[in-house]
Design a protein around this ligand. Structure first.
Ligand code: NAD
Ligand code: ZN
Length: 461
């Protein structure tokens, strides 16, 4: 490839009779000593013995007529850890304090300065009531100087006001953004709010997620997204900034109400239906057991093996497979959007009676019927899916999910999908594809059948 090329371009916007001459030059960027320099692509870098670092960024310069433009391509690199651990709040477990550090030199420095560690922690109010004293003991025993901010981080409070409240406290605590990550301990709502606050503070302050609900354990914790609701719209303000680390400990899940276990099971079922037949079978076989035991490990129970460990691990692995190559959601063809086409509208409408994973499940139940009507699923598969949902104590229908709401939600969705409806649909148990050719007639037929069959089930439960 030549480094620069002269191209004759017929410029339609120009009134001149002669076409403009454009000259394009591609530059790479290298650091020599402490200065970044642009070097024509392909040209050798002449220099001394100094260490030369090449950037992956590129600058393309185009001179055309009397004008010049530069196009900058700069890949942004993210690295974050998702760590499954036990006894996260045992003072001898150093994960919460140091588990995010990847460089051994940095770790050594931090461990040598244990007494000077500082942390700002935001904790959900209910979680604080249950675990606050253990959290305090953890930091006290590790000689950390800390501030714990306990907030009612529930869906109704998921707003920019709460983000600003957090930021005021962060500012008065005086964080060192290089070495003192903000720690969020709570459900998905807490993690989303704190994630947004951290991404705003000094443009991007590292933060750590400690999920305490099943849904946040398998879903809200593992990706890059954060956000708050705005003008009655779900997660309208937010950013794609992953935490530096997520620390998973299933112990917290033992105190969440049974309905919240179902809520999390909704997101696990999503991954099962989209891409993992074994996960679907695990849910079918052990769903009730997992609900009864709240995802705590019971190694002694041979029949169930360690179903809690297996299901959560597969759910996270499958989720990471789909999220990691598409952290900024540039690719609109996303299987993880299954259950998330209609549910945002439904969730906002039915608050607070319907939780996120429940709204997702209502959406998935309807979409199961869309698949069935389109001939992608057979009768037995459709029945198995709806039965599995019921056994996980998830709603399979909801009165607020009217035909009008479905149409409105899909229209809204279309606006944000580059004008093309991309609908992830199951094509079997554990297989799926994305469709853009679902007619309104198919949707309407599915809606009628779904209502006829699933409304009575929802009345019984
Ligand atoms: N960022 C993402 O990728 C992503 C993914 C999925 C969901 N979400 C968001 O997550 C939110 C839902 O999260 P959620 O289902 O975890 O609910 P939640 O965070 O609203 O928590 C639900 C309730 O459980 C309580 N709670 C939390 N942990 C507890 C514990 N260990 N014991 C007892 N009670 C506890 C909370 O106080 C709250 O009242 C939604 O706002 C959704 O938009 C985000
Ligand atoms: Zn979700």
């Amino acid at each position: 490839m030549p480094a620069s090329k002269e191209i004759l371009l017929a410029d339609s916007s120009s009134t001149a009779t002669m076409p403009k001459i454009s000259k394009q030059t591609d530059f790479q960027l290298v650091r020599i000593k402490n200065t970044w320099c642009r070097i024509k692509k392909g040209e050798p870098v002449h220099d001394s013995e100094d260490k030369i670092t090449a950037s992956q960024a590129k600058i393309t310069e185009v001179i055309s007529g009397g004008e010049i433009s530069w196009t900058i391509e700069a890949p942004i690199y993210f690295c974050y850890k998702v760590v499954e651990t036990c006894s996260l709040l045992d003072p001898s477990n150093q994960t919460l304090l140091y588990g995010h550090i990847r460089e051994s030199g940095e770790l050594e420095k931090a461990l040598n300065n244990k007494e000077t560690q500082r942390r700002f922690i935001v904790i959900d109010k209910t979680v604080n009531e249950l675990y606050g004293s253990i959290v305090r003991k953890y930091f006290d025993d590790n000689y950390v100087q800390y501030k714990i901010l306990s907030l009612p981080t529930i869906e109704e409070n998921k707003s920019i006001d709460m983000v600003l409240d957090i930021l005021q406290e962060v500012q008065s605590f005086g964080l060192d953004r290089r070495t003192e990550p903000i720690i969020a301990i709570g459900g998905g709502t807490c993690l989303d709010i704190v994630g947004l606050a951290a991404s705003l503070y000094r443009r991007r302050t590292p933060y750590i997620r400690v999920p305490t609900t099943l849904l946040s354990y398998v879903d809200a914790s593992v990706g890059a997204k954060n956000g708050v609701n705005f003008l009655q719209c779900k997660n309208k303000l937010g950013s794609y900034v992953p935490p530096i680390a997520t620390f998973l400990d299933r112990i917290f899940i033992q105190t969440i109400p049974r309905q919240h276990i179902s809520n999390g099971l909704g997101e696990i079922l999503k991954m099962a239906l989209m891409k993992h037949k074994c996960l679907f079978d695990l849910l079918k076989t052990h769903g009730k057991f997992l609900l009864d035991t709240k995802f705590q490990s019971h190694n002694g129970l041979v029949d169930h093996g360690d179903a809690a460990l297996k299901t959560t691990r597969i759910a996270i692995e499958t989720m990471l497979e789909e999220l990691a190559p598409n952290l900024w959601e540039d690719d609109l063809n996303r299987l993880v959007d299954f259950g998330h086409l209609i549910s945002p509208e439904l969730e906002m409408r039915a608050l607070p009676s319907l939780m996120h994973g429940e709204a997702v499940n209502v959406d998935m139940a309807f979409m199961t019927y869309v698949s069935y009507v389109k001939g992608l699923l057979n009768e037995m598969e459709k029945i198995q899916i709806i039965q599995c949902m019921s056994s996980l104590e998830l709603p399979v229908w909801h009165k607020e999910c009217t035909w009008h709401l479905i149409k409105k939600a899909l229209t809204e969705r279309l606006k944000h999908s580059a004008g093309q409806m991309r609908m992830p649909l199951p094509t079997g148990l554990g297989t799926a594809d994305i469709f853009n050719d679902i007619s309104e007639e198919t949707l309407e037929r599915a809606y009628t059948l779904w209502t006829n069959e699933c409304r009575p089930i929802s009345m019984r439960s």
